[in-house]
Design a protein around this ligand. Sequence first.
Ligand SMILES: *[C@@H]1O[C@H](CO)[C@@H](O)[C@H](O)[C@H]1NC(C)=O
Ligand SMILES: *[C@@H]1O[C@H](CO)[C@@H](O)[C@H](O)[C@H]1NC(C)=O
Ligand SMILES: *[C@@H]1O[C@H](CO)[C@@H](O)[C@H](O)[C@H]1NC(C)=O
Ligand SMILES: *[C@@H]1O[C@H](CO)[C@@H](O)[C@H](O)[C@H]1NC(C)=O
Ligand SMILES: *[C@@H]1O[C@H](CO)[C@@H](O)[C@H](O)[C@H]1NC(C)=O
Ligand SMILES: *[C@@H]1O[C@H](CO)[C@@H](O)[C@H](O)[C@H]1NC(C)=O
Ligand SMILES: *[C@@H]1O[C@H](CO)[C@@H](O)[C@H](O)[C@H]1NC(C)=O
Ligand SMILES: *[C@@H]1O[C@H](CO)[C@@H](O)[C@H](O)[C@H]1NC(C)=O
Length: 447
Amino acid sequence: MMLAPALVLGITQFYGVTAISSLNVDTSSGPVQGFMDDITPHPKSKENAIIKATGTGPACPQFEGNAPNIWLTDAPEFIILPRDYQGEDCLNVNVWAPWNECEDEGDEAEFLPVIVWIYGGSFLTGGPTVPYQIPARWVERTGKYFVVGINYRVNIFGFPNAKALADDQQNLGLLDQRLALEWGRDNIANFNGDPKRITLWGQSAGAVSVDEFNFAYPEDPIVQGLIMNSSADTGTEINCLRGVDSANIIRFLNAYADNGTTPALTFNQITDNRTKFANYTACALAGKFTRMPAIIGSATKGGVAFLSYNQTYGPDQTDANALTASLILCPVVKTTQDRYAANATTFRYLYGGNFSNIAPRPWEVAFHSSDLPLIFGIYGIVRSNDYYLAFAKDPVNGLPELGWDAYETNGEAVFLGYEGKVLQSIKESVLESPCNGSTPNGLSLPW
Ligand SMILES: *[C@@H]1O[C@H](CO)[C@@H](O)[C@H](O)[C@H]1NC(C)=O
Ligand SMILES: *[C@@H]1O[C@H](CO)[C@@H](O)[C@H](O)[C@H]1NC(C)=O
Ligand SMILES: *[C@@H]1O[C@H](CO)[C@@H](O)[C@H](O)[C@H]1NC(C)=O
Ligand SMILES: *[C@@H]1O[C@H](CO)[C@@H](O)[C@H](O)[C@H]1NC(C)=O
Ligand SMILES: *[C@@H]1O[C@H](CO)[C@@H](O)[C@H](O)[C@H]1NC(C)=O
Ligand SMILES: *[C@@H]1O[C@H](CO)[C@@H](O)[C@H](O)[C@H]1NC(C)=O
Ligand SMILES: *[C@@H]1O[C@H](CO)[C@@H](O)[C@H](O)[C@H]1NC(C)=O
Ligand SMILES: *[C@@H]1O[C@H](CO)[C@@H](O)[C@H](O)[C@H]1NC(C)=O
């Protein structure tokens, strides 16, 4: 094999020989992939370890429990499939890129905007194989951007809250997210993605993560825009646990949750003043956040998904509405108001769709997460996708150019899918009426 004599690597004693630095070589017959002969010792290195990215990696260890809920019972496409495709070697990123067969080789490569996705699941579940969160069709249809899905550790593995850990080693799941984002920044240009136009998007616990990220890295945010979709808020002997197989730990946690032992085991984030702070309002007023523009939204009936229910009639509607307000709507209102007080641009939306294929029971309507299939393009409903893309291209001007103005106290939010209408608006004063800041004030939901 003749190779251009560019690489000599200082091994001049092998005169006349040019070393090879890659097992992939372009030839006039097409690319050739070689292999390393086993009889020659060789160090493991970046050059000779090809990452076979021909499928998603496993989800991080997790369990679903046996308590019935909308996602498990009626819309299992919100859960990782197959359920047992999980394991400790889970810190992967998944890159979805549009394919353009007709790319003219003479054209200068166009670097496309990148949306980095952080899944939700109460910091207990989530992964790359959730059918309603696979963006392949969305990316293919527009051909105009990339999606990078971040895997991060959840439950006890992500948030061990262990005394033995130093403060800079808490909230491991959040540190995983940051590392994955840094990898994206450093490598996405090699895929033709634009490292200067990265938008960070999370839903539910993922949205909480995005908001926390916003405060943790103001000096080096990497991203230029944020999307927070319906954020809902939700000590062990660490060295001993490190020796235990993750599957055994998950089996134990699952059995413990299913037999209803109280108090339940929880794996919460802890305030380390690095990834998580004590008072976000104070941080916002002090200007200690990235100030990047953000899209923030929630669903009209978010709370119905978090209560036990009668399959025909659903949960008690008064309880469900109270939960929608306390768990989702009012925290989102407060975040929006804090951002406004700190002069950060926020685009606000409310989702009220009622699609029987996503929400098969009449009372489920726009439950928490029910907008995700639309955004991910599973049903080919294009409209709201264009907004995310416009934002990813230009977080400051993209949405106003489409008629969606930034949040103002007397302004209007975009209202999607409500009562069969694709798009309408709702006055911010009406949307916020059930909330005093992050606290419900007892007034009923206006929808
Ligand atoms: C519940 O499950 C856990 C984990 O298997 C077990 O340790 C505990 O004894 C069980 N409690 C009851 C009341 O069955
Ligand atoms: C974080 O900061 C708060 C207030 O600034 C302080 O009260 C708290 O002790 C700090 N916590 C840690 C873990 O540093
Ligand atoms: C958080 O900070 C804000 C602004 O400084 C203050 O008004 C509020 O009382 C603080 N909240 C808590 C729980 O300390
Ligand atoms: C954002 O997430 C919330 C919570 O899942 C959902 O209700 C809302 O419809 C989503 N909206 C968009 C446009 O992403
Ligand atoms: C649901 O509620 C109806 C009306 O109260 C009742 O007749 C039915 O038995 C309930 N179904 C279940 C599964 O609890
Ligand atoms: C926001 O802008 C107003 C008016 O320009 C200014 O008075 C205020 O200090 C700013 N707030 C922050 C947190 O930057
Ligand atoms: C949602 O759609 C179902 C039909 O799929 C209907 O029975 C129900 O009344 C609708 N609910 C609302 C609030 O529009
Ligand atoms: C909400 O705020 C109003 C006026 O600021 C106050 O009168 C009312 O008591 C508050 N309600 C709650 C539940 O905090």
